[in-house]
Design a protein around this ligand. Sequence first.
Ligand code: KIV
Length: 278
Amino acid sequence: MTHETVPLYGGKLSRRVSIRDLRTAKERGERWPMLTSYDMYTAEIFDAAGIPVLLVGDSAGNNVYAHADTVPVTVDEMIPLARAVVRSTSRALVVCDLPFGSYQQGPEQALETSIRIMKETGVQAVKFEGGLPVVESVRRIVEAGIPVMAHVGFTPQSVNALGGYRVQGRGADADRLIESALALEEAGAFAVVLEMVTPQVAAEVTKRLSIPTIGIGAGPDVDAQVLVWQDMAGLREGPLPRFVKQYGDLRGALTDATKAFADDVVSGSFPAEEHTYH
Ligand code: KIV
C-alpha cells in the first residue's frame, strides 16, 4: 500500500494519522493543531473537524476529575477515558498520558504502564513528562514498539517541585532544555511537547530537532500547537494562563440552555405537545 501524503490538517486521509505522517509534515514545514479529549462527543467532533492528534491528557485531573492539578490521576482513571476517545475516532492519532507515579520509578515501570495502556485502550502512542531523567525510559518503550511523545519545559506533574506554574528555559536553564529535547529525540521520541518555555528556546529546539515540536505557551515558532479543549472552547471558568485563546463560549451557551430548560419546566411549557407520546 502506498503512503498517502496529504496535509495533516485539511487533507482527506482515509486512515489514522501515523507518526510517520507527523515526520513528513515536519519535513514539509506544515503546522498542525492538537487538542486534548477525554470523552466520546468531543473526540467525535475533533476527529470530524480534522484535528490530526488527540491527547487523552492527565489534565483530566483538573478538567474532568475536579482535582486541583494532575498529580492525583491514576492509570485506572486514564484507561476508560482513552478507550472512549479511541472508539469515537477513526482518523486522529490518539495519545494517552502516563499519569504521575506510573513511570517515575524507571524504565521497567514505564514500559509496564505503557504496555497496559496500549493493550487496554487501543491508543497509538503514550506521552510522559520529563527531560534527561526519563531518556532511558523513552528508549526502552520505543524499543518495545510503542511510540512515545515527550514533554519538557513546564511539566505539570512536577508543579510542587517547580514551585508553581512558571515559565521554563530562562537563563542557564535554556541549554539544559535544549539538551533534553535532543536526547529525547535520540532516544526515539516521535514528537516533543514544549510547555511554557520562552519562544527563543522553542524556536531553537524546533530548528534542531527533526521530530515535530508541539507548543503550549511556547510561542509561534513550533511545528504544532496544543490546548486543553475546555480552555480552547471557553468551558472553563476563572483566570486563564496567558497562552490560552478562547475560541468559543461553551460555558455561556451551556448556562443559557440550562436556564431555558429549567424555566420551561417551572412554567410548564416543557414538555409541549410535540414532546409527548399519544
Ligand atoms: O495533560 C495535558 O493536557 C497535557 C497538555 C497540556 C500537553 O499534557
